[in-house]
Design a protein. Sequence first.
Length: 415
Amino acid sequence: MPVEKTDTLIVGAGQAGLAISEHLGNNNIEHLVLEKDRIVEKWRTGRWDSLVANGPAWHDAFPSMDFSIHPDAFASKQEVTEYFEDFAKKINAPVRCNVEVLNVCKKPAGTGFKVSTSAGEIEANNIVSATGPFQHPVIPPVIPAGAPLQQLHSNSYYNPEQLPDGAVLVVGSGSSGSQIADELLRSGRTVYLSVGPHERPPRSYRGRDFVWWLGVLGKWDLATVDPDTAHVTIAVSGAHGGKTVDFREFACRGMKLVGMTSHYDNGVLHFADDLAANVAHGDASLLNMLAEADEYIYSNGLDFPTEESAKVITADPDCIVNPVSQLDLRSTGINSVIWATGYRSDFDWLQADVFDGDGKPVHQRGVTTEQGIYFLGLPWLSRRGSSFIWGVWHDAKYIADHIATQHRYRNYQPA
Ligand SMILES: Cc1cc2nc3c(=O)[nH]c(=O)nc-3n(C[C@H](O)[C@H](O)[C@H](O)COP(=O)(O)OP(=O)(O)OC[C@H]3O[C@@H](n4cnc5c(N)ncnc54)[C@H](O)[C@@H]3O)c2cc1C
């Protein structure tokens, strides 16, 4: 049987794979999208039940299709899933689900790639890796597997009911950790939250959502991550209509804040002495952004309402003033730990000289030095917005245009 051939093979049918399918289609480039599960599987099963988008629907969408909900509403994960299903239908995306790409290597002769999949072999001239910015959950090796509590990563947390009775420690103060801790607190649990370095932008300020502020202040377009803040997460939430994440307010409602989780020893969890500094860093990031927003309003002569209350930082709660350095599992009743500690990448399937010594893809806006290999959807692929819904669409256009341009060169025949 002849081997199936396609011009451009896209690995993954998340938002990145769908975005580039649209742009390749617009360029009349024949392509195929292989997805090992279902379209936007991560939005279906890799997120907790109550998750809503971090940005309002007018913003967290592809420029080529609006959400059918109110533009200022935060789409539920179900609505995001339906949005992308509709989008795939609208562009007639050639997606083949339940087919895993197992291996990609250069063809022994000529150009192009040999692709081994769970459904047989395919040959392609170009490969676009759209396998996601957040692939495999990372749980730091702090608590041994045999310790007397349940450990899970935020990607397999769905709702408070799935946890054993008792108190919960949530580790991580980015968007996932802060939202999950808040949900558990609201459900009546005793919640400890291990707070690391973070930034916490205002949900909205002087009548505009923070996504608008990041846009006009040019922050979504920042091209490189500051090495000093690369490890700093962002705590933002669209839950409950969208509210600024405020760890002091969590503490006032009864959440117990602790510093970074450092180690575990014989039933006792230990924490770094950095809680006050981490919370203060988050407060400073909030105030800086408010000051930049004020400056923008002033210099553009805008008539936005004032909002001085946004600048009020309340007094440190007792858990910050007198931080605990350790918690005994038995006496605190902590029976579960949720690690909201991020993800790692996995490109084991791709046999190509496009990785650095740490296994990270080497590329310029997703274009590698190996002819025909592209990456899409990675954090900071071209700018800060790259791994988000609206950002990946623009990166996908750039890569599709690059593929189309290469086509034109290769098809050129001197007259
Ligand atoms: C908790 C959370 C909340 C988020 N909220 C927002 C938000 O509100 N707004 C926003 O803009 N962004 C948000 N993001 C960021 C980003 O939009 C999502 O991570 C999004 O899922 C990334 O899309 P993607 O297509 O790049 O990758 P993914 O959604 O991860 O899709 C990659 C796909 O590739 C498939 N795949 C992987 N390997 C193979 C293989 N070998 N063969 C075939 N298929 C393969 C996977 O099954 C998967 O379906 C959030 C991220 C997280 C973790």
